[in-house]
Design a protein around this ligand. Sequence first.
Ligand SMILES: Nc1ncnc2c1ncn2[C@@H]1O[C@H](COP(=O)(O)OP(=O)(O)OP(=O)(O)O)[C@@H](O)[C@H]1O
Ligand SMILES: [Mg+2]
Length: 252
Amino acid sequence: MTEKIQIEHLTLQYADGAESLRDISLNVRENAITVLFGPAGGGKSSLLRCLNRLNDLADVKTVSGKILLDGENILDPQTDVIALRRKVGMVFARPVVLPFSIYGNLTYGLEVMGEKRKLRLDEAVERSLRQAALWDEVKERLDDPAIALSGGQQQRLCLARALALEPEVILLDEPTSGLDPISTGKVEASLQELKKNYTILLAPHSVQQAARVADYAAFFLQGELVEFGEGKTLFTTPRQKRTEDYVTGRFG
Ligand SMILES: Nc1ncnc2c1ncn2[C@@H]1O[C@H](COP(=O)(O)OP(=O)(O)OP(=O)(O)O)[C@@H](O)[C@H]1O
Ligand SMILES: [Mg+2]
């Protein structure tokens, strides 16, 4: 399998605090789900936000190290951040639907980028809804306001909206944190399909979810990457005592 992202000695410090990421080195494989897990404040969201330069918007004091995406360092000031964010899509914990129809939510980004052809837009809507396992539930009512969807449907709509732009990498920060078990199952199932074509990084909302979905898993504790490995090994026979204590529920 190919390495899509190589993180090398990444250190991040916000203006008002201690180091939130300390000398992180990690390779992220293509066509796999890599899970970043660990207790609150460990740096999972900070790392995800570095991967599409969303941290540019935060009050960051220093960032050092490299993040190579297809071999190019995205932390380089020359990076085209708009193009980067198109390639690296993100889905957040709380779904934020736009005040448009279901259809309009999915075509908004494409229209901003200049796509006007109805056929292309229709194709993108159907493809992305199918990929997010939402098509069957909404295909008869694409013109309804998106806000009328259930929470679980809105979350999948946000996933579909990211997919409509045909990214290569998808970042998901606790994408099922507000969802019931059935909706969570649907999102997790669609991720298993999506990984065949994408590189997926996910901060799960629980250790259980981490263990269910991880092809690879990285355990973060207070800005440090404690352990990284294949999911099935890491959750059953962790090498580090701190990982073991966390996955067995000794602290959390
Ligand atoms: N925008 C910000 N400005 C200043 N400090 C921040 C910012 N975002 C995060 N931090 C700090 O960085 C550290 C790591 O936070 P981060 O949100 O990345 O952790 P996390 O692992 O995602 O936690 P959680 O499980 O609660 O989501 C924390 O100490 C947090 O207070
Ligand atoms: Mg977080």
